[in-house]
Each structure stands twice: as C-alpha cells, then as structure tokens.
Design a binder for this molecule. Sequence first.
Ligand SMILES: Nc1ncnc2c1ncn2[C@@H]1O[C@H](COP(=O)(O)OP(=O)(O)OP(=O)(O)O)[C@@H](O)[C@H]1O
Ligand SMILES: [Mg+2]
Length: 428
Amino acid sequence: MDNRQKTRDLKKSEEISVGLDIGTWKVCAVVLSQSSESKVPTILGVGITERRRGKARHGRIDNIENTIEDIKEAIKNAVNQSNVDISSVNVGLMNKFVKFNESRGLVSISSQDKIITRSDVYRVLDDAKKIDLPSDYTIIHILPQEYIINNNVKDIINPVGMSGSKLEVEAKIVSALNIDIKNIGLCLEPNGLSIENIVLQPLGTGLAVLDEDEMELGVAVIDVGELHTEIGVFIDGLLKFASTIQVGGRYVTEDIRVLMNTVFSQAEEIKKEFGHCYLPSLHQDRQIMVSGTKTRKPLSFMRSQLCRIIQARMEEIFSFAVEELKSSKLMNKLGAGIVLTGGTMMIEGVEDLGTEVFGMPVRVGLPSDLNYGGLTQEVNKPYFSTAVGLALYGLKNSTTVEQSKNGMTSNKEKQNLFNKVIEFFKKI
Ligand SMILES: Nc1ncnc2c1ncn2[C@@H]1O[C@H](COP(=O)(O)OP(=O)(O)OP(=O)(O)O)[C@@H](O)[C@H]1O
Ligand SMILES: [Mg+2]
C-alpha cells in the first residue's frame, strides 16, 4: 500500500514522536502525538515483536540481521495501527553503556538588571559541556544537578528569575560510545529510519511511569527486563543516579527449567501462567498439571513449589537492587519509595516481596497509569514502559512547525546548543 495514502493528516501544531525499545526479549515501538490543544499526549499506535532466536545476550546489539527484522516488524505494526509514517525514532541506551562525567559550568550575568534568564541557563549548561571526552564518545545528555549563584547561594534547582552576577552549574555529562550509536543506526537505516534522540534508558522509563510528585520527593524506578535490571533514582525532579545490574526474568525461567527438569519454552509458559513470587500472599495453594507434548513431558507440581523457586530468584534480584541503591547513598532520600516496572514485574506478588526486601513503599508502574489519551489500554503492561518513555522524551525534545515559524528560540536551536540536553521536567 502507498504509505502516503495511509498517513493521517497531522495538524499544523501536532508533534509526533516514536519510542523504539530494542530490548533483549522484545522490540517495541510506540507512536505518541501531542497537539497544542491537548494537554496530554495521545497514544496512536503500538507494535511489539518477540526477539528472534539469537537474541542479544549482553544488551548490546550483537546480531544486526535479526535486529533489523525485529525492528521492521514492530515498526510495521505501529505504522498500521497509527496510520503515521515513521521516519525517525527515539532509542534507549542502557546505563552500563554510557559514561558519566561530573562537570561545572560558569558564566557571568551581563544584563543590567542582573536577573538570570533562560538563555543564561542554556549558556552555563553549554559551558559545562566543555569536557575532555575521548574522541570515540558522543555526549547524549547534560543533567544539571544544582545551580550556584555568586559562589554562595547553593542547591538551586531553577535559577531563572533570581538575581546574581555569576551563575555556576554542577552537571553530569552522559556520553555514549560512537560504535554503539553507529550499530543502532545500522539496524535502523535498512528500515528507512533515523535516530531522533539517544536516551539513557532509566530517564525514558522514568518519564513513562513516575509522576512529577514522586520525582520531586525522591523515587527509584527499577526496570526488571529479560537480562537486565535498570535503576534510575530521581530526586528534586532530576536524575541523580543510574545503574544496570545483569539480572532479569530469564534467570527466573532458567531456575524453573532446571528445578522442574523441563525445557525453556515450557518453563517460560509456566512462569507466565502460574508464577507467583511471595509465599505469604499466595492464599490458595493448588496442584497444577501441565500436559505433555511429543517433546515435553507432563508436569505436576504445587503452586507453592513454583512460588518458592521464583521467590528465591526475585529476592536475589531485589537484593542486588538494594545494594546498588545503598552504593548510591540515596536510599534514605526515596520519600516516594520504589516503582517497579519491566516485563518481569508481571509476576504476581512483586509488590509484596518488594515491600519486604526494600523496606519502603513499592508499587508496580505501568505507562497507562499516567495521563494519556488514545490507545492507553494497548500499553498497560510493564514491558511497554521504556518505549512509551522514549517517545515521551522525544516529545519533550522536539520542534513544532509553529515554534519554528514564529522565529522564537525553537527547540531545534536549543538542541544544537546543548547537543540534545534534557530539560527534564523543570520548565526553565
Ligand atoms: N506475563 C508474564 N509473567 C511473568 N513474566 C513475564 C510475563 N510477560 C513477560 N515476562 C517476562 O518479562 C521479561 C521481559 O521483560 P522486558 O520486555 O521488560 O525485557 P527487555 O526490555 O526486552 O529486556 P532487557 O531490558 O533485559 O534488555 C522476560 O523475562 C519475560 O519472560
Ligand atoms: Mg528493557
């Protein structure tokens, strides 16, 4: 079919953004739109495909051909549902593939009234960007941590409108290896796609499942996927810490496979259908019979037996996350507790187990919890969080037709200035 025939008419001020999560277990594309009339983004379409054999083992793209095919399928489904032509996408990079550098920026305020403006903030962030970076790295984010005015007024989150003659910023500079960016591009190009933004994954996931109050109060988002658990800590609306742990749902399936003496695919089905991970909240134990096939023998077990297997592994995953949070020294600043997400959080009992292991309030975060319009029911599973968050990130960093026309400082110019710095919830 001619793509142009299918493309829906976009309003002049409507922005479209696509998040593409190239995960180890699945590839998922989410199309969002935002128009100036509506305050909330609209979900227009979703495409998801389970990874083919030879799925990535380390989170890095290690099989370009399979990845190209998986992306093709996910994008095709998202295009069909949304009727939007997709030409560029926002993609994520795991924390373990990026480098963090601490940096300081400093500018003097030259205006007569010495009132700090947005443009001063952009200048100081631009100054912070000037760090010695190996030539094989590219900056993907500048994350301001605090602003300082006249050397002594510290801990400022938003200095716009304040008075001062000298503005400093302490920022984290996030950069990625050029080769990783190139390899993502190599999987996109054959699909006629280009990279809109490369996004540190916990930043995107946080956008999808955390509300602004949680981010202000202090919260950790923990995304437990197939082979990786990504942690992001937000305090005062800013990303303060990120980390990747090499554990995820595949380890749970492997334990079931080994301990129940079955094959991987059957263990995966058992996990999804009967899995529970907290014995005290498994109120009704029962016998489960799984019929056999030519290649699989029939199985019979108590649900509590399965629960014990899963609980042991999930406890370990959560304990690793606690260790990471302790190492961040931010554990006692999580006023809003923990938000769990990622496909593995589909297992029943994760909130109860999480509350016990983390010792603080825990909830499971779904992208559909926040305020969206459109096909919200399509994304009400925790494995959609990253793709939705990447698309949201794109919306926050895109240019509308109107903005460019008005000749105001367009987001595009801002992007050039900051190399796509995130403003991140703080409307400066
Ligand atoms: N209904 C379910 N019950 C239990 N686990 C599930 C369910 N559905 C999916 N999962 C598990 O979720 C995991 C995949 O989660 P997710 O899609 O977040 O991972 P990913 O982003 O592709 O991988 P990664 O982040 O590790 O690269 C798999 O281990 C899968 O078995
Ligand atoms: Mg993931």
